[in-house]
Design a protein around this ligand. Structure first.
Ligand code: MRU
Length: 350
């Protein structure tokens, strides 16, 4: 078996532009879009053409380069403050996944650390840092997969939510990478795929990736998850994360918290998988995480058809927060982290 079974590249840097697989067309069509301006990258992130926490970070990093590459000023201070402005603009596209601001901040810090370089050299440094972030994510995701696969029992029936695969990352995925590596070790009997209302990342994207990798899977509506657990058909749950605070509270796709409560009620392990770029050591707890709210029509219409009366009042948070006490372990590239998260993150990441 090769390193990766995925035969697509969610994000690539080609000839001075960013190429993404446009996830809004999947699974029907595999359409690749070339993004040449920072505005196009902002729009692609906002509209979920590129989505998933690490993928947003990678796209944002290349987007920053696209935003600064034609700067013509000579002064470092001006270059830096304009780079900050572009970074803030990119950050405004989606607020919850910390990987976006993490990538932007990493590049800004790198620029600052090279303040004696020429403007042309700084531009090169920005691009190289974006490429490093991208390559690093591939490596980390593989390590997450290998670390997590060790926790998976034989004949495992695993439930997952949203899409956490190669589409959502540089390669392999986070929770998906664990499933992929456990499958390669012959341990996976079934992956239960929550469809993931309202935008169906599970139904549209995770099944597409599982099919490509030849992993046995069954799609279920989100509200069937409790019944599946009650019937004893789920051995463990593994999801990704968009932001994990210092105490282990975890923001992830709406519906994740519900799964964690159900896992507790049915005595099933609930794992979260994420690279270090998703761990926000600046926030003490999950109530401080900004939760993105999305448009009403994602809920009042389905596949372009109106399903609720026009003007129906809608609450459409894109994420929820799972409190740390419901999380059995957080699987990172550095290993499997168990509670107390405050203490154990401090040891690993400080
Ligand atoms: O709104 P999305 O599709 O970007 O949400 C994505 C998720 O919630 C994923 O589970 C999360 O980003 C982990 S991706 C490896």
């Amino acid at each position: 078996m090769t390193d990766s079974d995925t035969s697509f590249q969610s994000i690539s840097w080609n000839d001075g532009h960013l190429r993404i697989i446009d996830q809004t067309f999947l699974p029907k069509r595999e359409v690749y879009s070339d993004l040449t301006t920072v505005g196009q990258v902002w729009d692609a992130i906002k509209k979920l053409r590129v989505r998933g926490a690490p993928a947003i970070g990678i796209a944002g990093a290349y987007g920053l380069y696209l935003g600064i590459k034609d700067f013509s000023m000579k002064s470092f201070d001006m270059f830096y403050s304009e780079s900050q402005r572009i970074g803030e603009y990119l950050n405004s596209s989606r607020p919850t996944a910390v990987n976006l601001s993490w990538a932007i901040n990493r590049i800004l810090k790198t620029i600052y650390a090279h303040k004696d370089s020429s403007i042309d050299e700084l531009k090169e440094i920005v691009l190289n840092t974006a490429i490093t972030i991208h390559e690093e994510d591939r490596r980390l995701c593989k390590e997450i997969g290998l670390n997590g696969a060790e926790l998976i029992p034989k004949n495992a029936r695993i439930l997952t939510h949203c899409n956490t695969g190669g589409l959502a990352t540089g390669e392999f995925g986070t929770a998906f990478s664990i499933i992929l590596h456990a499958h390669q070790a012959g341990k996976v009997d079934m992956v239960w795929v929550d469809e993931t209302r309202p935008l169906l990342q599970g139904a549209r994207l995770t099944t597409w990736e599982l099919q490509k990798s030849g992993i046995p899977h069954t799609l279920n509506i989100d509200s069937a998850a409790a019944f599946l657990m009650q019937q004893g058909k789920v051995d463990l749950i593994v999801t990704g994360a968009d932001r994990i605070t210092k105490n282990g509270d975890t923001a992830n796709k709406i519906g994740t918290y519900m799964l964690a409560v159900l896992a507790k009620a049915h005595d099933i392990p609930f794992y979260v998988a994420a690279p270090y770029s998703t761990i926000d050591m600046e926030l003490g707890s999950g109530d401080l995480i900004e939760i993105e709210e999305r448009d009403d029509d994602e809920v009042t219409a389905f596949a372009g058809k109106q399903t609720a009366p026009k003007k129906t009042h809608v609450y459409n948070p894109a994420f929820d927060v799972t409190p740390n006490h419901l999380i059995t372990a957080i699987i990172t590239e550095k290993g499997v982290i168990k509670p107390n998260y405050n203490e154990n993150f401090e040891k690993l990441f400080s």
